[in-house]
Design a protein around this ligand. Structure first.
Ligand code: CTP
Ligand SMILES: C[C@](O)(CO)[C@H](O)COP(=O)(O)O
Length: 230
């Protein structure tokens, strides 16, 4: 039977955050951002192992206390120059024990507020899908395409447009093959799967599952976590 594993790319530098330490290690309601992301995944008992992929030069992981996690949490230091490289390196590294048909849920270290219900819905629906799927949010605002002078060149119809989030859940071997064939600049796993001619399932989530990208996102994440855990 196929198992479920989480793979958390955490080798980014957080350039848009502009902080002294990578954003996944910034303190958020008493613990690092990445600890919230891992805890959200761990809450679903179907998730077997949680694999974190760090940059080889990461100096921050060891400064946090992971002693309560035990062997369910595994740490790899094989992150790459792009998110896609980090994920591919992680998939290659776990190929020794991860079954080809096991499901891998790739989740950003920088998404600390994943609601339990959304994770459950993703696993429930993608596990019965021939391709797999991802959490995403239907676009809510009117969309403008800008010209080079920041003037509106066009209004883009939003019907059918979704914002991709994580987790993104695909079978190990298929995702590894897709990422091997795709360029290193793919910004999500679904893009690589789409390049195989497949159509990942969109599973609706909401804006609580934000990615901490800019400084103001931390305050918002803090409030969301209080609401989720309150
Ligand atoms: N070479 C990289 C780049 C990104 N990531 C991870 O991918 C997730 C989402 O990426 P993003 O928000 O773009 O993170 P950063 O690359 O750190 O941020 P920025 O683009 O602002 O530099 C994060 O968990 C980040 O650590 C990674 O593992 N390896
Ligand atoms: C995978 C992702 O979280 C989906 O929104 C995202 O693509 C991460 O990278 P980005 O460069 O910040 O879009």
């Amino acid at each position: 039977m196929s198992r479920f594993h989480a793979l958390v790319p955490a080798a980014g530098s957080g350039s848009r955050m502009g902080s002294a330490r990578p954003k996944q290690y910034l303190e958020l309601n008493g613990r690092p951002v990445i600890a919230h992301a891992l805890a959200a995944l761990a809450r679903d008992s179907r998730v077997d192992r949680l694999v974190v992929v760090l940059s080889p030069g990461d100096e921050w992981w060891e400064t946090c206390d992971w002693s309560s996690w035990g062997e369910r949490l595994q740490v790899l230091r094989c992150g790459g120059a792009t998110r896609a490289e980090t994920v591919l390196n992680g998939l290659e590294a776990i190929a020794g024990w991860c079954g080809a048909d096991d499901w891998v849920l790739v989740h950003d270290a920088a998404r600390p507020c994943l609601p339990a219900g959304a994770l459950g819905r993703l696993i429930d629906s993608a596990a019965h899908d021939p391709v797999g799927g991802l959490l995403a949010v239907p676009v809510a605002d009117t969309l403008k395409r800008a010209d080079s002078e920041s003037r509106v060149a066009a209004t883009v119809p939003r019907a059918g447009l979704w914002q991709a989030q994580t987790p993104q859940m695909f079978r190990h071997a298929q995702l590894r093959d897709a990422l091997r064939q795709a360029g290193a600049d793919m910004t999500d796993e679904a893009s690589a799967i789409e390049q195989l001619g497949l159509r990942p399932r969109l599973v609706e989530c909401d804006s609580r599952n934000l990615k901490v990208t800019y400084p103001q996102d931390l305050r918002l994440a803090s409030l969301i976590l209080e609401h989720l855990n309150g």
